[in-house]
Design a protein around this ligand. Structure first.
Ligand SMILES: Nc1ncnc2c1ncn2[C@@H]1O[C@H](COP(=O)(O)OP(=O)(O)OP(=O)(O)O)[C@@H](O)[C@H]1O
Ligand SMILES: [Mg+2]
Length: 178
């Protein structure tokens, strides 16, 4: 029986599928005996990070707060699933260093597909110049060099992506069954 949790950190462009896949993962891990907490970037912004904007310093500060919460959850036996664009490699490296039990999952959806999905209409607004600091358009996304898991959503449904992540976790030696 393992008592320490581990953090699943989903990074990727806006509309890549992070929230959708994270929501598929929650019941799968709960069914395997884990306590799970979804830390979705948008939700955390409403609560912990409502004072922050979208420039680099603000995005790094936001990621830092999420990292702290994920760390305290993981050390208390929970699996925090983070769904956060987290465009900067430094933020993700800091999360890995601070949390320790950390799995970086890169949701690799290409920009053109994300832009077609455009769940929140932000790509359109960015292309129209209505919003600035849009990751992938006017703001950088630093592609992960060596993610632990890469998930391609073009050829997989959200449910298949979640199942694939569990399979990869097991292959990498993370306890999928509590
Ligand atoms: N194979 C797929 N995997 C994941 N999402 C898919 C897939 N096919 C279509 N979609 C759709 O793409 C959209 C992905 O949106 P989602 O909110 O999950 O992205 P996100 O990465 O959380 O974006 P943001 O960073 O803006 O929060 C959803 O509407 C989802 O239904
Ligand atoms: Mg999301």
């Amino acid at each position: 029986m393992s008592h320490h949790g581990y953090c699943l950190w989903l990074t990727g462009l806006p509309s890549a599928g992070k929230t959708t896949i994270a929501r598929e993962l929650v019941p799968l891990l709960k069914a395997r005996g884990w306590n799970v907490e979804l830390l979705d970037g948008d939700e955390v912004r409403k609560g912990l990070s409502s004072d922050l904007g979208f420039d680099r310093a603000a995005r790094e500060a936001h990621a830092g707060r999420v990292t702290y919460v994920a760390k305290v959850l993981a050390r208390n036996g929970v699996i925090p699933i983070v769904a956060l664009i987290s465009p900067y490699a430094t933020s993700r490296a800091r999360a890995r260093a601070e949390i320790g039990a950390f799995v970086e999952v890169y949701v690799t959806t290409p920009l053109d597909v994300c832009e077609q999905r455009d769940v929140k209409g932000l790509y359109k607004k960015a292309r129209d110049g209505v919003i600035k600091e849009m990751t992938g358009v006017s703001d950088p996304y630093e592609v992960p060099d060596r993610p632990d898991i890469r998930v391609d959503t073009v050829n997989r449904s959200p449910a298949e992506s979640a199942a694939f992540i569990l399979q990869e976790l097991a292959r990498l030696g993370w306890p999928v069954q509590h």
